[in-house]
Design a protein around this ligand. Structure first.
Ligand SMILES: *Cc1c(COP(=O)(O)O)cnc(C)c1O
Length: 375
């Protein structure tokens, strides 16, 4: 058997809707993007959504909308995909790395220690789909007059205290990369309930253009547009949005299927004393974008040996969430000591989880892991 660590769920419906869209002749940002934005905003319970080319460009625009600029500091985890920290650097600000907790999410106590008069924003990540404690961070930001930005790249379909991620604050960025729970090939979306952010984000993603090309196309009067500020081309195409609309219809089902598999893993491994399994506390609802197991100190097998032995048995795994501060691009960048983040990265293993995963495949992964750790 050969089992990948992840694969996207796509079927003929996405292909058909993309096909139909191509034949309309309108292939860049247009009516399908608008439809996708409206449906996504409704899904999460925000007033607005702005689709973009990917989550990284979404985070870049969120930084600009939040007013983050050179000389500012933004607190974020190092234990995240590197795009989290990079987007802070794009605007000339400094990423200040804070530690994370056992759920791989920002440790609010360490964040508090790192707030300075220069702190402009906190970039909270819902790591591998597990929500961070948004309420606590929202209160902290309010108290300190700091902006909260959510990197929800992995968290489409996750929920916190009865509301979908995307509902709770005003700059929430999602990814539709194939490694996430739903995909548009590449793609992203920012949700907000603030009208001023909504208008600014739309402007910034399309070169700062005062009147966009769809409005001009549909107008019976000649319109000469102006470009109001330095903008970017961070548009999503209508072909991608068509795929996204069909994916969104399946999101809740995909999440339920993922959770059933996660539950099977949990049941199979809960008595292994050197495993720490994902922790989903009361009021938290994960989409299980990834299932990450932490190997405690008393593990009889090293993480890397475990990965190799599983690969020999045909099972692909990945090492835990990366730390940004140890990457070459960050050499000499920061002075924070982050032993917890480093340990979590080095001792965690991400095991296969995708939809559909057959019962035979699930059993094979469980049995193989049990075999490997007895060696
Ligand atoms: C995947 C990911 C991103 C980047 O998303 P793209 O759509 O590929 O730009 C950013 N942050 C986190 C936490 C991610 O997992």
């Amino acid at each position: 058997m050969k089992i990948p660590v992840a694969k996207p769920y796509l079927d003929k419906e996405e292909a058909q809707y993309a096909y139909d869209t191509i034949l309309t002749g309108w292939v860049t940002q247009g009516p399908k993007v608008t439809e996708f934005e409206e449906k996504f905003a409704t899904y999460v319970g925000s007033k607005y959504a702005v689709a973009v080319s990917n989550c990284t460009t979404g985070l870049h625009l969120a930084m600009i909308a939040a007013g983050v600029q050179e000389g500012d500091e933004v607190i974020c985890p190092s234990l995240s995909y590197i795009a989290t920290a990079n987007c802070i650097r794009y605007v000339g600000a400094k990423a200040i790395f804070a530690e994370v907790n056992e759920e791989y999410n920002l440790d609010i106590e360490d964040v508090k220690k790192k707030i300075t008069p220069k702190t402009k924003a906190i970039l909270v990540v819902h790591q591998i789909g597990m929500p961070a404690d948004i309420e606590a961070f929202r209160n902290l930001c309010k108290e300190k007059n700091i902006i909260l930005i959510e990197d929800a790249a992995c968290a489409a379909g996750s929920a916190y205290k009865g509301h979908k991620i995307g509902y709770h604050s005003d700059l929430v960025c999602f990814s539709f990369h194939p490694r996430k729970v739903i995909t548009t090939g590449d793609g992203g979306i920012i949700t907000t309930s603030r009208a001023d952010f909504y208008e600014r984000l739309k402007l910034l993603r399309q070169h700062g253009m005062a009147v966009n090309d769809r409005v001009r196309h549909e107008s019976t009067k000649v319109i000469i547009t102006d470009h109001l500020e330095l903008g970017y081309n961070y548009r999503m195409t209508d072909i991608q949005a068509a795929v996204g609309i069909k994916q969104l219809e399946k999101l809740d089902w995909i999440v339920e299927e993922r959770r059933k598999i996660a539950l099977q893993y949990h049941e199979a491994f809960k008595d292994i004393d050197f495993f720490r399994l994902p922790i989903e506390r009361e009021g938290y609802f994960s989409n299980y974008q990834s299932y990450s197991i932490y190997l405690k100190e008393n593990s009889p097998i090293s993480r890397d040996d475990m990965m190799q032995k599983l690969l020999d048995m045909g099972i692909a795994t990945r090492s835990g969430v990366m730390t940004s501060h140890r990457e070459t691009a960050y050499i000499g960048y920061s002075e924070e000591k982050l032993p917890i983040s480093e340990d979590l990265c080095d001792q965690s293993i991400i095991i296969p989880l995708y939809v559909p995963m057959s019962q035979e495949e699930i059993n094979y992964v469980i049995e193989s892991i049990k075999t490997v750790i007895k060696l």
